[in-house]
Design a protein around this ligand. Structure first.
Ligand SMILES: *Cc1c(COP(=O)(O)O)cnc(C)c1O
Length: 364
């Protein structure tokens, strides 16, 4: 079987795939509505939130777009904290809909600097919201979200977090950290195929929603709430099979337990980092903020990162990711989130040992 080691879509357990293959049922019938309510309850347990949680059919980016159109009016001042490709994407979505976006950028590979966030909020009291990526999948960096949350809290801004590749694998207690709009996606930590974004909206998020004038229809949280309150419906036909799959995957996750899942990811993240360093490779990310769901590695010492991924795929049946945008050809990435264990990572490290020299790497 192919060892799919990219940061989403991640492999799915057989029980989940079996659930995906179930015959269709009426999405407005009692059985499905009960399942939507169950899935939502289970998600709340793993998000550690009492806020409203909705299933939105679409990929993670759709969830980010939903966060934007439900929170802002054209001209609203927004602070976007970007440390990579996905932080830039969220800023671009807000700008696309007419928000007045100020971007704080970090050098790629580094985490966000809370001092800069504080300075920006001090400088412009009219800023309405702070948007931040929890785990920047493109660089393999996890922001110190609890410190960012504490920094933002006294300013009483709307706090929007792209947690697409973190929550479920990396600690993010939504209520405790005061996240007003949290977005994640089915194909990352949740061990199910792509197709569903899951969002959590706080009371402050609803206040912003009531004032937000950006036009919206498909992504309207108000419609999602209205239909959910009918007893577990969604305004539009949802990705029914993904809900079947999610229902099974969430049971598996609750059985393993959130602290155990997070500990497993931490252990595998460290195992990956230690393993690649032992091979003589260099991490792209500042190790103090290295992600436990994805590791980015520099193409140094003659290594052709693109060729390496080809060799790994063709000769070892292991699929790794490359770099995105400016990082294309400069790094490669190993995904270790969701349905993953030590054996999967050991197989990658073992294969790298013999694949690296074939891709030009001259060291160790
Ligand atoms: C994967 C990812 C996205 C994009 O999600 P899609 O499902 O591809 O639309 C956005 N942000 C982060 C941090 C991601 O990891």
């Amino acid at each position: 079987m192919t060892n799919l080691r990219i940061p989403g879509p991640t492999p799915c357990p057989p029980e989940v795939l079996e659930a995906m293959g179930r015959q269709m049922i009426n999405h407005r019938g009692a059985e499905f509505q009960r399942m939507v309510l169950d899935v939502t309850d289970k998600l709340k347990k793993l998000f550690l939130t009492k806020n409203d949680v909705f299933l939105l059919t679409g990929s993670g980016t759709g969830g980010l777009e939903a966060a934007v159109v439900n929170s802002f009016s054209p001209g609203d001042k927004v602070l976007a904290v970007s440390i990579g490709v996905f932080g830039d994407r969220l800023a671009t979505i807000a700008r696309t809909y007419g928000a007045d976006v100020t971007v704080i950028k970090s050098e790629w590979g580094k985490a966000a600097d809370t001092k800069l966030i504080k300075a920006a909020l001090d400088k412009d009291p009219a800023i309405k919201a702070v948007m931040v990526t929890h785990n920047e999948t493109s660089t393999g960096v996890t922001n110190d979200l609890t410190t960012i949350a504490q920094t933002v809290k006294p300013y009483d801004k709307l706090f929007i977090v792209d947690a697409i590749s973190s929550i479920g694998s990396i600690e993010l207690p939504v209520d405790e950290w005061g996240v007003d709009v949290m977005v994640t996606g089915s194909q990352k930590s949740w061990m199910v195929p792509p197709g569903m974004a899951m969002v959590a909206i706080s009371e402050k998020g609803w206040k912003a929603n009531a004032a937000a004038k950006i036009p919206r229809f498909y992504w309207d949280f108000g419609k999602a709430k209205k239909y959910f309150e009918k007893g577990g419906q969604t305004p539009w036909t949802p990705a029914v099979s993904i809900v079947f799959a999610l229902n099974v995957a969430l049971d598996m996750m609750l059985k393993e337990g959130l602290p155990n899942i997070q500990a497993r990811h931490h252990k595998l993240g460290k195992m990956t980092r230690d393993g690649v360093k032992a091979l003589g490779l260099k991490l792209f990310a500042d190790e103090a903020h290295a992600s436990d769901t994805v590791t980015a590695i520099l193409g140094t010492d003659g290594l052709d990162a693109k060729l390496l991924n080809k060799v790994m795929r063709d000769e070892y049946d292991i699929v790794l990711s490359g770099g995105q945008m400016e990082l294309e050809g400069k790094i490669f990435r190993i995904g270790h989130l969701g349905w993953v264990n030590e054996k999967d990572i050991k197989a990658v490290l073992d294969a790298l040992k013999t694949a690296l020299p074939k891709a030009g790497f001259k060291k160790a």
